[in-house]
Design a protein around this ligand. Sequence first.
Ligand code: ADP
Ligand code: ADP
Ligand code: ZN
Length: 224
Amino acid sequence: MTRVVILLGAPGAGKGTQAANLSTSLGLAHIATGDLFRENLKNNTVLGEKARGFMNSGRLVPDALVLEMLFDRVAQPDCKSGYLLDGFPRTLPQAVALEAALGANTDVQVLNLEVSEESILSRATGRLLCRGCTAIYHRSFRPPVTSGVCDECGGELFQREDDQEVVVRERLNVYHTETAPLVEFYSKRNLLVGVNGEQTPDRVTEVLMSALAAVNSSDNGGDK
Ligand code: ADP
Ligand code: ADP
Ligand code: ZN
């Protein structure tokens, strides 16, 4: 049985922060399509060049490019027993393509991080990322010990180009039209659990972990 956990939520809701905690606890590979694209931008790959304009203006990268990159990634050996998706799927066609690709022998669980628009804006606009690793900080909510320096690896912290307020607002619009319909898509399939994301990161992790355990045990009496 392959296990696939999907984290849904608006930009800045806390998906990356939670995915880092959950992937360690669950022993699942953390697959973040935004990180994969940023890696391609940094290395000036052909894919990165194609994605750059969409990302910097707050729009979604076209589905065909996302799907090729994603399916390539989850075919790697570290995803064999399962993986945690952060930032994918983000459109109905992506969700349909994923569903078609996953065999019947897959256990899918979807967690939706519910966070107010006000928190989204303050979280995204204050976010800082590390250039050296994938650690996530916040100017006020999760400041590093030394300003501008990653606690984990000593790398330099930077603000994402698309975390300026005007771009965050555009990303929120895109979220409402393209991504929010996935909540209904997965609810209809009885795969979705909504979680209050307006709590401390550690508390949110606890609630997500118990939601995953509850769904798993109510599925089929644990016969997997
Ligand atoms: P956030 O932290 O806001 O959720 P991500 O780091 O996941 O953002 O994504 C950053 C950008 O990368 C998105 O605004 C989009 O341009 C692109 N991107 C990431 N994942 C996808 C996806 N599944 N489909 C389309 N575009 C994506
Ligand atoms: P996403 O991947 O959904 O875009 P992130 O995990 O990158 O979101 O979080 C966005 C910003 O909000 C980061 O600066 C992060 O440190 C901060 N953050 C994440 N979770 C919380 C929380 N529960 N409370 C306050 N700030 C948070
Ligand atoms: Zn770092």
